[in-house]
Design a protein around this ligand. Sequence first.
Ligand code: SAH
Ligand code: SF4
Ligand code: F3S
Length: 451
Amino acid sequence: MPRDKTAAAYRVHIETFGCQMNEYDTELVRALLKAEGFALTDDRERADVVLMNTCAIRENAHNKVYGHLADLKAIKRQRSLVVGVLGCMAQNLKKELMETESIVDVLVGPDSYRRLPDLIAQAIEAQEQGLAHKGIAVDLSEYETYEDILPERAEGVNAWIAVMRGCDNFCTFCVVPYTRGRERSRDPQGIIREAEHLAAHGYKQVTLLGQNVNSYRYEDWDFARLITAVAEIPGIERVRFTSPHPKDFPPALLDAVAGHPNICKHIHLPLQSGNDRILQMMNRTYTCKEYLDLVDDIRRRRSDIALTTDIICGFCTETEEEFLDTYLTMQEVGYHAAFIFKYSERKNTIAARKYPDDVPDTVKSDRVTRLVELQKAISLEKNREMIGRTVPVLVEGDAKKSSAQWMGRTDSNITVVWEKRGSSARPGDLVPMTISRVSATTLFGEERPPS
Ligand code: SAH
Ligand code: SF4
Ligand code: F3S
């Protein structure tokens, strides 16, 4: 840092791409920078430092970041600016990014955020002295969980808590085990203290996060024990968790979700493919039958647990018949919602090294379209079953399309929208809503007047 200035003289702006874990990491980074005295700003135009917390999961995630880097290049031509790339793309592309993107001054991977304030200070100093300088920290750690850092959270109804980091599953298509490193779990006592602190500060919902959240393990604590302990904290009305893997659902966890009133009746259960040959090539470690047995197990416990999923279309060598197995499985399960992706080859993954990315792009797109259409019809049908029912909805804030409407979610994580006029609801309230009409993605309702 130049001697005549303190960190507070520098405003940092952070843009976040990717999954909830990245949003959480941005909150950690904000806390780390604030502790060192940096000022944070929402206004990119007035920022002295712009950081991008990036995602590497698919090609289009990369493209977005390159687009933003091009914008920053234009700004940097006109004034001094320190540019940093954080997150999964920083970890994955390392030197490549530093060499091809000359405007990047700082590159920091997900396990090295403690070094970020120093690297930014050095970059500012070098820039003010007109020196060329690059700061890189991309070591992966087997231990780093940032458990002593209280994230600088966005205001709202929901707070994220990362309970584990990393992934050891090595699905062959996936870059995450390389960008996030090995699995490690946080001490449950620290997690419980953090959740108590959140309840005391008015957060109504906690979402437990991990790349592989249900493989959480710390001494004799497993995920079922952890989520139950968090759900029992007074003031926490709803507990959610993401992203789980189908291999880690012991009966105790299913019982916890089905039985605990504060654990939301929603399970995200990524299927990826409904064909056993493809599942094996993906290294998902379950067959379609085992997956369907798990679905039965869940629904036998409680039929109202909403299921959502992730699907990849056009994975290496996938034939039309194999794709149809996925189509039929989606029909059979009847998910509330599904995230459907085109397979996108990621450098250095097992699939990139072992298998040909041989499904033509047009075929991949066509398969995605067919599944999206199928899912739309299923979601609409499921949502129609809600018409006339009254369900508790947690008010989150303004609706996306209009500030004259509120937006909230059902326990099963479906979005509900209703008119503010005549409503005394406030964000954080749990209100009974009677559903009057629906689309494939949204329920529209009326607040039931208190009787
Ligand atoms: N850990 C989580 C999610 C990881 S990424 C889990 O296992 O469920 C979220 C989703 O992105 C994955 O479930 C998968 O459907 C998709 N995905 C991951 N890598 C991909 C790739 N190379 N191409 C297309 N989709 C991918
Ligand atoms: Fe990727 Fe598989 Fe790990 Fe999920 S479980 S992060 S898809 S390797
Ligand atoms: Fe993307 Fe990394 Fe999350 S690759 S999906 S930001 S774990």
